[in-house]
Design a protein around this ligand. Structure first.
Ligand SMILES: [Zn+2]
Length: 85
């Protein structure tokens, strides 16, 4: 794996843990411009987090909520696996 992709994946993990500061930086944005793979991964991660955070819990049927959280868990694990290389 490209070392820059590995670095970006670590930041993705931070993003998933709620640490937006360390996830958003210029270097990462630059890398995303040239790396479709990381771009797709981050888009997916962002989409899942936004869905989890923006949808009022009361409006989410329990099975949908469970599915979203399962999805987040999967992404976390996928990122950790990718970091491990
Ligand atoms: Zn990359």
């Amino acid at each position: 794996m490209n070392p820059r992709c590995r670095e970006l994946l670590k930041r993705c993990s931070a993003y998933l843990e709620g640490d937006m500061e360390s996830a958003c930086c210029k270097e990462m944005e630059e890398h995303l411009k040239s790396c479709p793979r990381c771009r797709a991964m981050l888009t997916e991660v962002k989409w899942t987090i936004e869905l989890c955070h923006k949808t009022p819990a009361a409006e989410v049927p329990p099975e949908v909520s469970a599915a979203m959280h399962a999805r987040l868990r999967e992404e976390r694990q996928a990122l950790k696996a990718a970091e491990a290389g």
